[in-house]
Ligand binder design. Sequence first.
Ligand code: NAG
Ligand code: NAG
Ligand code: NAG
Length: 345
Amino acid sequence: MKCCSMKTGLLFCIMCAFLLCLHKIRQKGSIYHSTSTKNLTILLWNWPFGRKFSLKGDVCWDLYKIPSCRLLDEHSSFPSADVVVFHNREVIQGSQKMPTDLPRPHGQRWAWMSLESPAHNGNLQKFANIFNMTISYRRDADVTIPYGELQFVESEGNLPEDSHMNKTSLVCWVVSNYRNNQKRTQVYNELNAIVPVDVYGRWNKKPLSSDDLLPTISRCYFYLAFENSVAKDYITEKLWKNAYQGGAVPIVLGPPISDYNAVAPTHSFIHVDEFASVRFLGEYLQKLAEDRERYKEYFNWKKHWKVKVSVDWRERLCHICLQYNNLPQNKVYSDLEAWDKAYYT
Ligand SMILES: *[C@@H]1O[C@H](CO)[C@@H](O)[C@H](O)[C@H]1NC(C)=O
Ligand SMILES: *[C@@H]1O[C@H](CO)[C@@H](O)[C@H](O)[C@H]1NC(C)=O
Ligand SMILES: *[C@@H]1O[C@H](CO)[C@@H](O)[C@H](O)[C@H]1NC(C)=O
């Protein structure tokens, strides 16, 4: 008898503890729910390069399924904004004035936003002690907005069986602004002396329409995804869109290999730094194109990854809401110029 009642008592205790737990979880859930329905307000002070997009309706929810995120561009919303975003180009050039004369509401964060490399951001010394956060392609920015990314896909996708087919060029390059003093120009010239490089774009008077871009690249074994500036994490649509979506193996020139490895699958690209000289690179490309099996291995990543190229500023701005709770408290960029120009060569 005694033993049974003890057992019942124990069971009762366990039941009680369980119910208490359940109650707590529900309480927590409701608290979470009530805070998550309060909108965060993101005010975009100036549209990048003056090109406006519609902000009608609940943009972040309607387009990207990001809840409780209000995106506005009317300056009159300044007093109620949680984050005010300034796109660098217009404010550094002075065509847009910042509201430095207005009292900054308590807790409001000012964000500096740019997708340009340091070489094109201008001198940011006058922005000392103004901004609380940075929004850029850099992985160490407060909000990272890469030019593109790979998304994991659970199910094995179908590899293009014929990644070899219809390829008529060994190496292709699309370039609009050709400058002699760039590293990429020097590498191109050296490479072109060893293997033929087909060059398209304004510079070569063979411009490609946007409809022709990817089909043209798809006929090349390799694509020169050469960045115009060499800077930390500066990896643009030349990799994500032109090479990966075009279906050519990217030869990359830009930040160090480790920056690429952090965002792109191994064996999905060839970095010029992997070779002691451009001559070795050229010889490797020639051999690889002749070896069907080894060439195909550079597309294995497609089994598990899908490329996403980012183009819409609204999506980038809505993403601030997803990262808002992880932003550091009371951060001030006392020397934005030093932050921007770090690691720039
Ligand atoms: C949040 O913002 C959206 C979009 O502007 C709006 O439709 C919605 O009513 C707002 N919700 C609250 C609780 O303010
Ligand atoms: C190769 O070219 C032919 C004719 O232009 C086309 O029908 C076919 O779809 C192409 N194959 C691939 C894999 O792009
Ligand atoms: C933002 O930066 C300013 C300095 O410019 C500072 O006074 C303010 O406390 C900071 N706000 C937050 C929320 O970090």
